[in-house]
Design a protein around this ligand. Structure first.
Ligand code: URA
Length: 442
């Protein structure tokens, strides 16, 4: 009779590499060999590599950068840490959009139903907001009854049927290594490293299984990347990662120096999205929605699609209503309204010469539209509504913007954030520059 040796417990397992060697290699500016990099991500996900070691490794990447091949391996290792979805059985093309985040960025809301009008499936697996850039799910949760959590079967059914678009929470099974690493980066000053941002975003998008992806990479005061050159580098890195993985990927570099549209918050951003779907709304929101829709449809083989017509003739609105109803929401129900508001008026006659995106995002966040910790709840009716845009002439006493919240104690800190955020000058500003600055392809 033979006796089988007991399986090695996690503690007895012989590890293939030593975390300190991997950290040192990157700290000293070298490229980490593929097996060591794959091991590092796997061992961190398993809990063998500690947060302290991973934070040190992330800081070394932040300072030394990574070669293109290392970024590809890092992304692939994060994908391999979880499940991979596939929409191959849908029988139609899938195309997704990802924005690197901005102030007043509600584009996903009108965009997903608009693109679905043309028979292309749009799986928008989204997140909640943390910090001054809002979260798509927080905005949609302003709609009474709307449900963010769907099973994979529900996502599939919604994409396959007449709706064709879904905006819902990304499941925790997609790239769990990234979830752990992103939370660590958030508290160790290592978020703004291009290899880490690119691998974080693209691991989730590639694992999601979309055929095509359009990236809205923002630059300017309200964006991750203030500088257009860094935004371009990030866009190129992500386009290369997508393309190398067989996902048709392009990127638009878009201006985030000024808030997008007139609404910054949650319920007010839903209202503005519905205006866009009704063929109206602010020019910049419409312009960006149409540009991204054209880009997505071109990747899905429909470069001829008349997206303007679908916004103006009600077809995109019909899809929106169907998409909201499919997830338990009532698109006709009144949205939450704030308990308290405060209007800020012009103190002189003149022209609005400047409105910086970032302070307006921070003000909306402090009013309760965003959260400081992942477990906080948002106030759906909180936010900022702008009544003017740069270039507008104003008279003394004219309302510039309205702050809204359910908790009046929040006004003071929101107003602090807005100190110096806008300017009323004598002269007009130069003509508005186009919101889409560049298109990046493989
Ligand atoms: N969004 C992500 O998902 N990851 C990052 O690193 C930055 C933005």
């Amino acid at each position: 009779m033979s006796v089988e040796a007991p399986a090695l417990s996690e503690r007895q397992r012989v590890e293939a590499f030593d975390a300190v060697d991997v950290i040192r290699a990157k700290r000293d500016g070298g490229a980490v060999p593929e097996p060591a990099l794959r091991w590092m991500i796997d061992a961190y996900t398993r809990g063998y590599v500690s947060d302290a070691q991973m934070a040190s490794f992330a800081m070394a990447i932040f300072q030394r950068g990574m070669e293109r091949d290392e970024i590809r391996v890092l992304t692939d290792a994060m994908i391999a840490s979880g499940e991979r979805m596939s929409f191959a059985a849908l029988g139609k093309k899938t195309v997704d959009k990802h924005s690197t985040g901005g102030v007043g960025d509600k584009i996903t809301l009108p965009l997903a139903p608009l693109v679905a009008v043309f028979g292309v499936a749009v799986p928008q697996l989204s997140g909640r907001g943390l910090g001054h850039t809002g979260g798509t799910l927080d905005k949609l949760e302003s709609i009474p009854g709307w449900r963010a959590a769907l099973s994979n079967e529900e996502i599939f059914a919604q994409l396959q049927g007449d709706v064709g678009a879904v905006i819902c929470a990304a499941g925790s099974g997609l790239a769990p290594a990234d979830k752990k690493l992103y939370a660590l980066r958030d508290v160790t000053g290592t978020v703004e490293a291009i290899p880490l941002i690119a691998s974080s975003i693209m691991s989730k998008k590639i694992a999601e299984g979309t055929d095509a992806l359009v990236l809205d990479v923002k630059f300017g005061s309200g964006a991750f990347m203030q500088d257009i050159d860094r935004a371009r580098e990030l866009a190129r890195t992500m386009v290369a990662l997508g393309t190398d993985s067989g996902v048709a990927t392009t990127a638009l570099l878009t201006d985030m120096n000024v808030p997008l549209g007139r609404a910054i918050g949650n319920a007010n951003e839903v209202r503005e999205s519905v205006e866009i779907l009704a063929g109206g709304g602010p020019d910049d929101v419409r312009e960006l929605t149409l540009a991204l829709a054209r880009e997505m449809l071109a990747l899905a083989g429909r470069p001829d699609a008349d997206v303007e017509k679908a916004l103006d003739d009600g077809r995109a609105m019909d899809r929106w209503n169907a998409m909201i109803r499919a997830q338990g929401g009532d698109p006709d129900a009144p949205l939450p309204t704030p308990r308290e508001t405060q209007v800020v008026a012009a103190d002189r006659d003149g022209v609005v010469t400047r409105m910086d995106a970032l302070p307006f995002g921070i003000a909306a966040w402090r009013l309760g539209a965003g959260r400081a910790r992942a477990e906080d709840a948002v106030i759906h009716a909180a936010g900022v509504d702008l009544h003017v845009a740069p270039g507008d002439a104003v008279a003394a006493g004219q309302p510039l913007f309205t702050l809204s919240t359910d908790d009046g104690a929040r006004f003071a800190r929101a107003l602090d954030a807005l100190d110096g955020a806008f300017e009323i000058g004598k002269a007009g500003i130069a003509e508005r520059t186009p919101i889409v600055r560049e298109r990046i392809t493989a």
